[in-house]
Design a protein around this ligand. Structure first.
Ligand SMILES: *Cc1c(COP(=O)(O)O)cnc(C)c1O
Length: 423
């Protein structure tokens, strides 16, 4: 498959003034999705204007600094990065010997987790040639990206009827070549947390590395549990969990690009570190894929985390869950629609047993709502953050109206959203 063709323009001849450029950029932006108005079902996360301002100001304060130089040049970045990572480890019930890395995003965290598991297996087990990772069908493509880079097979195992990882089937898919198993907390497609305690038992009994992909849930699920939401344990409290990915730039409400990768112990973290000395400029050691990294992302994460504190995250989580539950109730009340899963957190996925859901989503698109879509089962998808709070009633009434239209005029079956695509 080819991605959209690139538009090729000439190198700019004469420089132009910033006011002119700014005006042109504002005009270009006018054609983008109105995320501030809650019309984007993914890509952007929001809490409050206050949080967004702290994130932006802190990022700009460190706009030029490079986190690659945190050890030798920017002690402030070293301190802020360590504090953000220590707080993250505490959130995940990590033991004292645990350690973590600040990355540019969930994909980088997943790729590094796969690489760390591979090298850990090489060093500590007789599995030098081990070459596969077993994940549920609902896992993020970041695993496969890592698999392609490292020539590791990613085995996707169908989820159970409840949409969660089928642990018995995953156990069957493991063999002597398995270096890692993984579950999500929650998975992106259905918003469901996989049965991590059962995956942990499997990991312990077979001596396998269990990675928990909490990219989207890492900074909301712990607070949801603290608020009394009935969710299974998914962190280092489960003894088989060796690593956890959690994105600060999602429900941590921190500026992009910012994610974390936490390890149960130093040996696991060491397996991720690239430590090199054979070139003129001396030792080069990083735990990330990226070399140069934006200081602003580290500073922004530190400022947002300290601005909110545990209390702030609890309050935002309470609001986000109440909002998502209200969306879920509203969708369930529309005749013809059915939630494919009762959401564990704030990701909603629904379809229709009787109507063409893609025709409905096309009608929503026509009304200015960029639809999120899923296959298997065919459905609409919304990863709700507080940006979607003010527009809930407008969204639900448009959705009900679109369902009505499709019920009265059965679709031709060629809605342009039929090719489900994440980006
Ligand atoms: C978003 C997401 C990722 C990847 O994160 P990026 O920051 O987009 O690279 C991984 N796993 C899950 C479950 C996600 O939702």
């Amino acid at each position: 498959m080819k991605v959209a063709a690139m538009v090729k323009t000439a190198f700019p001849t004469n420089g132009r003034s910033w006011p002119e450029l700014a005006q042109e950029m504002e005009a270009m932006k006018a054609g983008d999705v109105d995320w501030r108005g809650g019309r984007s079902p993914l890509y952007v996360f929001g809490a409050t204007d206050e949080v967004a301002n702290v994130a932006r100001d802190a990022f700009n304060m460190y706009f030029t600094e490079n986190a690659l130089g945190a050890n030798r040049a920017f002690g402030s970045l070293r301190r802020m990065e360590d504090e953000v990572l220590a707080a993250t480890l505490e959130l995940f019930s990590a033991p004292p010997e645990a350690s973590a890395i600040f990355t540019t995003g969930g994909s980088e965290s997943l790729i590094l987790a796969v690489q760390a598991a591979r090298d850990f297996n090489r060093r500590n087990h007789d599995r030098a040639s081990a070459r596969n990772v077993v994940v549920p069908y609902t896992a993020h493509p970041g695993f496969d990206k890592g698999g392609r880079l490292m020539d590791i097979e990613i085995r996707r195992v169908a989820a159970g009827a409840d949409g969660r990882a089928d642990v018995a089937a995953m156990a069957d898919a493991c063999d002597a070549g398995t270096i890692m198993i993984a579950g999500s907390a929650p998975c992106f497609p259905h918003g469901l947390i996989d049965p991590i305690p059962a995956l942990s038992d499997l990991a312990v009994s077979r001596n396998l590395w269990l990675h928990v992909d909490a990219c989207v849930g890492g900074f909301i699920a712990p607070f949801a549990r603290a608020l009394g939401r009935d969710l299974p344990a998914f962190d280092f409290a489960c003894p088989g969990v060796r690593s956890i990915s959690a994105d600060l730039h999602k429900f941590g409400y921190c500026p992009k690009p910012a994610s974390t990768l936490s390890f149960r112990d130093e040996a696991a973290r060491d397996a991720a570190t690239f430590d090199f000395d054979n070139w003129p400029n001396g030792r080069f050691a990083t735990a990330t894929l990226a070399g140069t990294r934006p200081g602003g992302a580290v500073a922004g994460a530190w400022a947002v985390m300290n601005f909110l504190g545990r209390d702030g995250y609890l309050e935002l989580t309470r609001r986000a869950l109440a909002m998502a539950d209200a969306y879920a109730a509203g969708i369930s009340e529309i005749p013809g629609l059915k939630l494919w899963a009762q959401p564990d957190l704030t990701i909603l996925n629904w379809g229709s047993p009787s109507l063409d859901i893609f025709a409905i989503s096309q009608k929503m698109h026509d009304r200015g709502w960029l639809p999120g879509l899923t296959r298997n089962p065919a459905g609409m998808h919304l990863m709700a953050s507080l940006l979607h709070e003010p527009v809930r009633e407008a969204y639900l009434s448009d959705l009900a109206a679109c369902v009505d239209i499709v019920r009265k005029q059965p679709a031709s079956g060629d809605g342009q959203n039929r090719g489900v695509s994440y980006n």
